[in-house]
Ligand binder design. Structure first.
Ligand SMILES: Nc1ncnc2c1ncn2[C@@H]1O[C@H](COP(=O)(O)OP(=O)(O)O)[C@@H](O)[C@H]1O
Ligand SMILES: [Mg+2]
Length: 147
């Protein structure tokens, strides 16, 4: 990891629907700056939207840390969604398509997992939940000039 010419890490609060909109916008902008294509931007924004909504609805609010990653040629985006809510007792169940503890479609967590390259949940009942996802921009090799 080295110093990046892109924006540094940022922490945004997740406490209202307006915050969700701002998170989506900032994730899209950061992904675009890092060279993510439109489809890749949409994937990470969709994942971020679901995870931020979970932080708000299930976690009772919290924050997201947005960290641009710069590994030489490869640019990535790491997002940590953090809350101090009730936690997830049964992670396998929570990651099952269609499972919801109430009112949702139950596709947020499982859907987000499919949209990113790296997905990790750290949750302790009674203490809170941190969901960390990382997506990498597809590196397009520079075209070679044939002498
Ligand atoms: N941050 C969180 N804190 C506590 N529980 C969570 C959190 N995120 C997800 N969950 C649990 O996992 C379940 C599945 O999440 P998700 O797939 O997004 O479905 P939905 O949000 O539609 O219920 C939720 O219903 C909830 O019980
Ligand atoms: Mg959800």
């Amino acid at each position: 990891m080295q110093a990046s010419r892109h924006a540094g890490p940022a922490t945004l609060p997740i406490g209202s629907d307006a915050d969700l909109a701002w998170v989506r916008q900032q994730v899209r902008q950061t992904a675009a700056e890092l060279g993510f294509g439109l489809v890749q931007q949409t994937k990470i924004v969709t994942a971020a939207s679901e995870l931020a909504r979970n932080t708000l609805v299930h976690g009772g609010g919290g924050h997201v840390r947005i960290t641009p990653l710069d590994a030489g040629q490869s640019h990535g985006l790491r997002l940590d969604f953090v809350d101090t809510g009730p936690g997830i007792r049964d992670l396998d169940q929570a990651l099952t398509d269609g499972y919801t503890s109430g009112g949702g479609l139950g596709l947020g967590l499982s859907g987000a997992k499919r949209l990113v390259q790296e997905f990790e949940v750290d949750s302790r009942p009674g203490e809170g939940t941190t969901v960390t996802v990382t997506a990498w921009a597809t590196v397009v090799p520079p075209s070679r000039t044939v002498p």
